[in-house]
Design a binder for this molecule. Structure first.
Ligand code: ASP
Ligand code: MG
Length: 407
């Protein structure tokens, strides 16, 4: 029997009525002859609420207990959904991440899946049940503790489970119709893509497109599991993320990210080893650096800027200050008001002039570029945070994405 893994995000299970709607869809999929595994997120904004609550109790971080707390969110939605499915007269059972055998590394708050046992999932399917698995959580065999996979981690649970079960498809149900050429909240004429390749989706997700967690796309690519991103509010086809697309687009879409901040270290002496001295402590502190720019040196000194997630900015500033002092740099600056805009498209690798055109369009919209980074299929620019709308809309129009603008 074909195996379908369906994942429902927070808005799709936000209240009793939505949970009953999800149950009806899972049951319909089951009744049309599929084995169905459902992965759920926590209801609505409940993960955020739990984080707020913890912050009210204590300003200190307690990673192990935080994971205990946050995994409760998905437990609530999974049990409610199992009840709603059973009311259709179909067998169903919910499993926590550890019951489902989702094994992870030990890092609380951002553990990685290292394997899935899945025997209880298979048993449930063997009994013709719809099996529900709590997203976003697992279990570290090393510490025997419950872990979480990072925000949006239910996507990773779903695609990894689909890979383990050799599912035919992993459906990601969400509150939007699919993957768009740009964020429709910024660009009203953005259009839904029918398909996008794994590598493009990976770049879009890493560049800030929130619709899929990047790590889940990585699983999809590695195990070649087609991912269908679609709305839980209607039955229309969404966006297929897969190995090969019918058409290779020069530009598939524009992504943006306002979640990062920039650190600049001024007056770094220009000699071998200093960049290493600056970045090694950041890695040791578990901070993931995104873009890095080193300016041309004048008179033996140079400025080095880098971006990190805004949630890590205090730690990054601290680490940079310690190094700056040690190496005799002039000082450290932090800039919170930045945004990153990215163009993504697999066809870009065979096309000349895309970068020049991107920079020209930004200039025509009065947008200054502060940092640039590229991959073979992506060009990203850091700009002022206030310019993000103009930049994204400008690029979207300039590369003729989406539908025609009405004038
Ligand atoms: N509930 C978790 C979060 O809000 C995981 C998820 O939704 O995928 O980040
Ligand atoms: Mg979520």
């Amino acid at each position: 029997m074909p195996i379908v893994v369906q994942k429902y995000g927070g808005t799709s299970v936000a209240d009793a009525e939505r949970i009953r709607a999800v149950a009806a869809r899972a049951v319909a999929t089951h009744n049309s002859g599929n084995d169905v595994v459902v992965v759920v997120s926590a209801m609505g904004k409940s993960t955020d609420e739990l984080i707020t609550l913890a912050n009210e109790v204590t300003p200190n971080s307690h990673p192990r207990e935080m994971d205990m707390l946050l995994t409760a969110g998905e437990r609530i939605s999974m049990a409610l959904l199992a009840m709603a499915i059973q009311d259709h007269g179909i067998g169903s059972m919910s499993l926590t991440g550890s019951q489902a055998g989702i094994l992870t590394t030990v890092e609380h708050g951002h553990a990685e899946i290292i394997g899935i046992r899945g025997d209880r999932v298979r048993e449930g399917l063997g009994e013709d049940k719809i099996v529900i698995v709590a997203g976003f959580q697992g279990f570290s065999p090393e510490t025997r503790d419950v872990t979480t996979l990072g925000r949006g981690g239910s996507d990773a649970t779903a695609v990894a489970l689909a890979a383990t079960l050799q599912a035919d498809v992993c459906e990601i149900y969400t509150d939007v119709d699919g993957v768009f050429t740009a964020d429709p909240r910024l660009v009203p004429n953005a259009t839904k893509l029918d398909e996008i390749s794994f590598e493009e989706m990976l770049e879009m997700a890493a560049a800030g497109a929130g619709v899929l967690m990047a790590r889940s796309v990585e699983f999809g690519r590695r195990y070649n599991i087609p991912i269908h991103v679609r709305s839980s509010f209607h039955g229309e086809v969404g966006t297929w993320v897969k190995e090969e697309t019918m058409e290779e687009a020069i530009i598939r879409g524009v992504a943006h990210d306002v979640s990062e901040a920039k650190v600049t270290v001024h007056g770094v002496p220009d000699s071998p080893g200093l960049a290493a001295q600056l970045f090694e402590p950041l890695a040791e502190a578990g901070l993931s650096v995104d873009m890095i720019v080193q300016n041309v040196s004048r008179e033996g000194v140079t400025d080095i800027s880098f971006t990190v997630p805004r949630t890590d900015i205090d730690a990054a500033e601290q680490a940079a200050k310690v190094t700056a002092e040690a190496i005799g740099a002039d000082g450290v600056d932090v800039d919170h008001n930045i945004a990153k805009v990215s163009l993504v498209g697999a066809g870009m690798k065979d096309e000349l002039g895309i970068a020049g055109k991107m920079f020209r369009i930004l200039a025509e919209h009065g947008v200054n570029i502060e940092m640039i980074s590229t991959s073979p299929i992506r060009i990203s620019c850091v700009v002022r945070g206030d310019d993000v709308s103009a930049a994204v809309q400008g690029l979207h129009d300039g590369f003729s994405l989406g539908t025609e603008q009405e004038s």
